[in-house]
Design a protein around this ligand. Structure first.
Ligand SMILES: *Cc1c(COP(=O)(O)O)cnc(C)c1O
Length: 463
C-alpha cells in the first residue's frame, strides 16, 4: 500500500492512526446528508432511493456493481461553484475526476469550463460539443500529437508544464499560423492535503516548474519571447482533499510575488491566476468540507489582498474543482456475496466489485462509509471490512465500517461519495467488466456510460 504523499494526486490523506474506527453510529439506518447525494433518502419500506427510484429497482435494471449519479445534485453543485465565483472568475471542472459526454453537456449548460489532461479527455469534450475556447489542456508530458490537436481545435489555454513544452507548443502554434494562449504551471513549495499543509522552498514532484531557484521566472522570460505563445497567466495546484485554506494563502502569496517580479522585469501584468483544485469533500461523517461560497470569498480575498500589497491590478482568478463537484453526487451499489466473521477481529463482507471500481482505498488509504441499502435493520452493529472479489488482499473498498449484524448474501450495500476518481480510475484487473454510470433524475434513470461486456474485452484481445 502506497503511503507516500503525492501532493498533486487525488490523494485522500490519512491522518488517522492505523486501525482507527469511530464508535458505531447511533442509527445504522440513517443516511448522513453530508456524505450522500442530495436526493438520496429511504422510502417507506426503508429502501434507499435516488432521484425518486429505489435501489432494488435500479439493481434489477442495471445490475451491480454500478455507479448511480444524482444529476440534480451534480448540476446544483456545478451551479453553486459558478455562482459563488461570479463573473469575475472562471470555474474549470477537472475532467479527470469523472468525464463523460453527458457530464460535458451538463457543464456546458451550467456555464462551467473544462480541464482535460489527455487526448482522450479532449476528444470526449469536443465530441460532446464543449466550445474549445472553454477547454484548458493540462499534463506534464503532452505528446506532440496531443499538442497539435489541442492547438488545432483552438483550446482556450494550454497549461505549460516544462521548458521543453514551452518550445513545443510555440513551435506547433507557429506552424499552424496561430498564437496559443498559455499559462505556466509553477510549483510554489506548498503541499496541502486535508487538515495540514507544508510550506517549503522546494517541491519534490513531477508537475510544474519550480519557483525556487528562479526557474519559473526563466520560463516566463522564454515564453514571453516566443511569437507562437500568448502568456496569459500563472497556474498553481497545491494538493487534494484540502479542508484547510491556509495552504492557498501561502501559494497565492508566492504566485503574486512572481507576478510582481514579472511586472518589474518585463513591464507586463499577466491578466490571470489559476489556483487549481483540490477542495475536499465528506467521505465519512467526520469530514467537514467548505461550501463553494466560503471558498470563493476566501480565495478572492487572499488574491486581492496580496495584489493590493504588491500594487498589482488583481488578475482574473480561475479554479479547477473536480472532486468537489462530482464526488458527492454518486454512490456505488454492490450486492453482498459472502459474510465471513473472523472471531475477535471483524467481519469480512465480500461484494461483487472491488479495487477495479474503486482503487482509492488501496492506493491512498482513503476512507469511505457504507450503508445497507435494500432494507433497514434493527440488528446490532458489527464491525466490517468491505472487500472486493479480486485476487489481492489489498482489495478493500471500505476499511472499517459498521453494518447491521444480520447482513446476508443478496443484500445491497451502497458506498457514497464515489463520483470522483472511481469510474475514472477503474481497471479491468482480473478481467473485471467496468461498471456502468447511471444518471438518475426526477424518477428517470439513464445510462451515461454503459457496463463493459466480455465482448468489449475480447475485441481488444486480437489473438
Ligand atoms: C487533479 C487536478 C485538479 C482537480 O483536483 P480535485 O481534487 O479533483 O479538485 C485540478 N487541477 C489540476 C491541475 C489537477 O491536476
Amino acid at each position: 500500500m502506497s503511503r507516500s504523499a503525492h501532493p498533486a494526486g487525488p490523494r485522500h490523506a490519512d491522518v488517522l492512526p492505523e486501525g482507527h474506527y469511530s464508535a458505531p453510529p447511533t442509527d445504522l439506518n440513517a443516511l448522513d446528508a453530508k456524505v450522500w447525494a442530495e436526493t438520496v433518502t429511504r422510502d417507506e419500506d426503508g429502501v434507499v432511493t435516488v432521484g425518486g427510484i429505489d435501489v432494488k429497482r435500479l439493481a434489477e435494471e442495471y445490475g451491480t456493481p454500478a455507479y448511480f449519479l444524482d444529476e440534480q445534485d451534480f448540476r446544483a453543485r456545478a451551479r453553486d461553484w459558478r455562482t459563488a465565483f461570479g463573473n469575475e472568475a472562471d470555474v474549470f471542472y477537472a475532467g479527470k475526476a469523472f468525464l463523460s459526454r453527458a457530464v460535458v453537456r451538463w457543464l456546458d449548460e451550467e456555464g462551467l469550463n473544462l480541464d482535460v489532461c489527455s487526448g482522450g479527455e479532449l476528444a470526449t469534450a469536443l465530441s460532446a460539443g464543449m466550445p474549445a475556447e472553454r477547454i484548458a489542456f493540462h499534463g506534464n508530458n503532452k505528446s506532440a500529437g496531443e499538442i497539435r490537436r489541442a492547438v488545432e481545435a483552438g483550446v482556450g489555454r494550454i497549461v505549460l508544464d516544462s521548458f521543453q513544452e514551452i518550445v513545443r507548443v510555440a513551435h506547433v502554434a507557429r506552424e499552424l499560423g496561430t498564437r496559443q494562449r498559455v499559462q505556466i504551471r509553477i510549483t510554489v513549495g506548498v503541499e496541502a492535503h486535508t487538515h495540514e499543509f507544508i510550506a517549503t522552498a522546494h517541491e519534490d514532484q513531477k508537475f510544474g516548474i519550480p519557483l525556487a531557484g528562479g526557474q519559473a521566472a526563466e520560463a516566463v522570460r522564454r515564453a514571453l519571447q516566443l511569437d507562437g505563445l500568448e502568456l496569459i497567466g500563472i497556474h498553481s495546484h497545491i494538493g487534494s482533499q484540502i479542508f484547510d485554506m491556509s495552504g492557498f494563502e501561502v501559494a497565492a502569496h508566492r504566485v503574486v510575488g512572481l507576478l510582481k517580479d514579472i511586472r518589474d522585469e518585463h513591464g507586463v501584468e499577466l491578466p490571470e491566476i489559476d489556483l487549481g483544485g483540490g477542495l475536499g469533500i465528506a467521505y465519512t461523517s467526520d469530514d467537514d468540507p467548505r461550501e463553494p461560497y466560503e471558498i470563493a470569498k476566501t480565495l478572492t480575498e487572499i488574491v486581492t489582498r496580496e495584489c493590493d500589497a504588491a500594487r498589482l491590478t488583481t488578475p482574473r482568478i480561475s479554479v479547477e474543482p473536480g472532486r468537489a463537484i462530482v464526488g458527492p453526487t454518486a454512490f456505488t451499489l454492490y450486492e453482498v456475496g459472502t459474510v465471513k466473521p473472523l472471531d475477535g477481529l471483524r467481519t469480512y463482507v465480500s461484494v461483487d466489485g472491488g479495487m477495479s471500481d474503486n482503487i482509492r482505498t488501496a492506493l491512498y488509504d482513503a476512507e469511505y462509509s457504507v450503508a445497507l441499502a435494500s432494507r433497514v435493520s434493527d440488528a446490532e452493529p458489527m464491525l466490517c471490512r468491505v472487500v472486493g472479489k479480486h485476487c489481492e488482499s489489498g482489495d478493500i473498498v471500505v476499511k472499517d465500517a459498521f453494518l447491521p449484524g444480520d447482513l446476508a448474501p443478496g443484500d445491497l450495500i451502497a458506498v457514497p461519495a464515489t463520483g470522483a476518481y472511481c469510474r475514472s480510475m477503474a481497471s479491468n484487473y482480473n478481467h473485471a467488466l467496468r461498471p456502468p454510470v447511471v444518471a438518475v433524475r426526477d424518477g428517470e434513470a439513464r445510462v451515461i456510460v454503459r457496463r463493459e461486456t466480455e465482448e468489449d474485452l475480447l475485441r481488444l484481445d486480437v489473438g
